[in-house]
Design a protein around this ligand. Sequence first.
Ligand code: NAD
Length: 260
Amino acid sequence: ILQSKSAVVTGSTSGIGLAIARAFAAEGANVLINGFGAAEDIEAARAGIEAEFGVRAIYSGADMTRPTEIAAMVAQAQAELGAVDVLVNNAGVQFVSPIEDFPLEKWDQIIAINLSAAFHAIRAVVPGMKSRGWGRIISTASAHSLVASPFKSAYVAAKHGVVGLTKTAALELAPHGVTVNCISPGYVWTPLVENQIPATMASRNLTRDQVINDVLLAAQPTKQFVTPEEVAAIAVFLCSPAAKQMTGANLSVDGGWTAA
Ligand code: NAD
């Protein structure tokens, strides 16, 4: 599906982003991976993609809170891979706290990484996509783009914002062969979910098992976590010819959470 195409996937050193980068590579795309982590783990992920799928994989350590680094990441992909045909805005962080205690720097950081970074990256890739008359822009939103949960004010605000940005970009780019969509997973078992368990235990005075079963999976009628690979399969579908009339959509993969 993605032979001779190149993709930038932000926040792809772990979790959903890494699964998307690997799924794109399996379809023949060259990929730029991005995110933080131990240098040897990142290099293992990068080299693993090249070895397993026979594509080029490059890495950018761009910090999604910094617009100049986002622009440099896109320029690096254009220079080393030739173009950015597919952009996935996936980097995201979470912080759990009652509003009145919510640290100001955490609010700014979440809005920057989970929302503004998508704007900066879209802004940088659009001229190339327009000139080629083809592009796919996908953002990882969340069930929290559709519904709220207490103590996640910044995250819920940012994810609702991603949907508005997606719809606006979809309208602007519709005449140019560029589709813009988001995917809204429910709870996916990744470090992002695992790391918020202690704070949720504290804010709600619950045990670890209670957080997993009564808070996280309580929201999901299937009583199962979504897998990163299931999210990645939707991203691949959005790049396929079958999806070319899908734009401005927000695709739920949440075990029925937002049906309730
Ligand atoms: P994760 O913690 O496994 O991965 C997050 C990635 O973002 C990592 O590669 C990390 O290094 C990177 N990152 C963090 N801060 C960054 C920064 N400033 N600059 C660049 N990269 C940065 O989390 P995940 O669960 O795979 O989350 C990926 C996306 O999916 C996020 O947008 C998240 O909000 C969304 N999401 C996750 C779930 C879930 O249940 N896990 C559900 C819905 C949506």
